[in-house]
Design a protein around this ligand. Structure first.
Ligand code: UDP
Ligand code: MG
Length: 323
């Protein structure tokens, strides 16, 4: 560890022109006390915002040499923006937090203290908070229950994307170049010593949430399919069971109804039902396998996770640095 370690704070921002100046005004006094012992780097990632977010960030960088930024060429999504920030951060420890003031910057010195105690990963655990809205709370709880059952990697429920990673953890995370990124799962996958710090999330201090229902579903799918083969296994198991049942049904139909010289129409009906069952299960299995195949395809393409449009001088090239 150098005599004056470097501390990076990574903040992804997508269309946050409204809240960003207030966020920065809260961030600076929160990390100022650390400036006595650490070289600070405040790294903003503009995730292809179409509003004035990049202008705001440029102004912040012009006014304060500790502010650096990376601006992505289009909106790549929160997890990709976070990855871009981690790739470009130069600190011996890197803290990431949302730039809408839902994650309290005042907690950063607490995370740093844990890191100095020897933890490579310091997670923050969101307290149960009414302000999150019932839908987000219930769906998140249900999701982590399912993920916990299915996955071999334990992802802490309510773990926020507000965390500290040591240089070692950041470098190791950088070696995972998967296309569908579920960073909180990937961090757990790394192993290392993990500390947890509870916090009460605040309400968003301006702008609107970028996680629409569609994005939340995609995020949940990424978490499930990237960390568990269970959906494919479940589909395969159900496929076999349903196929066996429909075959049995056919045999019964023929054995029972034909000798009793029942109307042929009834036999036809039973066969039709069996065929429908079979077709339905076939389609279900194909859908799940198709989802995995799509992921293999994505990964095989080997595209970088993001493309940088602009960065402060000396920012380096993330992917080149990692590989
Ligand atoms: N964000 C991003 N790219 C996106 C969506 C969100 O960089 O495509 C950022 C956003 O600016 C914020 C953080 O990720 O700093 C979390 O997003 P948001 O607050 O909208 O999510 P929520 O807190 O509602 O789950
Ligand atoms: Mg938020």
């Amino acid at each position: 560890m150098p005599a004056r370690p470097r501390l990076s704070v990574v903040c992804p921002a997508y269309e946050e022109e409204d809240v960003l100046p207030r966020f920065h005004a809260a961030l600076v006094p929160a990390v100022e006390p650390l400036a006595a012992d650490y070289d600070l780097e405040l790294l903003y990632v503009d995730d292809g915002s179409r509003d004035r977010t990049l202008d705001v960030i440029r102004d912040l960088a012009a006014a304060d040499p500790r502010v650096r930024y990376v601006s992505l060429s289009r909106n790549f999504g929160h997890q990709a923006a976070l990855t871009a920030g981690l790739d470009h951060a130069t600190g011996d420890a890197v803290v990431s937090l949302d730039s809408d003031l839902q994650h309290p910057p005042a907690l950063i010195p607490v995370l740093v203290a844990k890191w100095r105690d020897g933890f490579d990963v310091v997670l923050t655990i969101r307290g149960d908070d009414r302000r999150l809205g019932w839908f987000k709370r219930l769906s998140s709880r249900a999701f982590y229950q399912v993920l916990g059952r299915m996955s071999s990697v334990e992802v802490r429920p309510a773990a926020a994307d507000f965390r500290l990673l040591s240089r070692r953890a950041v470098d190791e995370l950088g070696r995972l170049r998967e296309a569908h990124r579920y960073v909180r799962g990937m961090v757990q996958w790394l192993g290392f010593r993990v500390a947890e710090v509870p916090f009460e999330p605040a309400a968003r201090q301006g702008g609107v949430s970028k996680y629409t229902l569609r994005r939340m579903l995609r995020f949940a799918t990424d978490g499930l399919l990237s960390f568990s083969p269970a959906p494919a296994r479940l589909a395969a198991g159900a496929g076999v069971a349903i196929t066996a049942a429909s075959w049995l049904l056919c045999v019964c139909a023929v054995a029972l109804l034909v000798p009793l010289s029942e109307p042929v129409a009834r036999v036809g009906l039973v066969l039709l039902t069996a065929l429908h069952l079979l077709a339905a299960c076939g389609l279900g299995v194909a859908a799940v396998l198709g989802e995995y195949a799509a992921r293999v395809y994505d990964q095989a393409k080997g595209r970088p996770v993001y493309v940088v449009k602009e960065a402060t001088a000396g920012a380096g090239h993330g992917v080149a640095r990692v590989r």
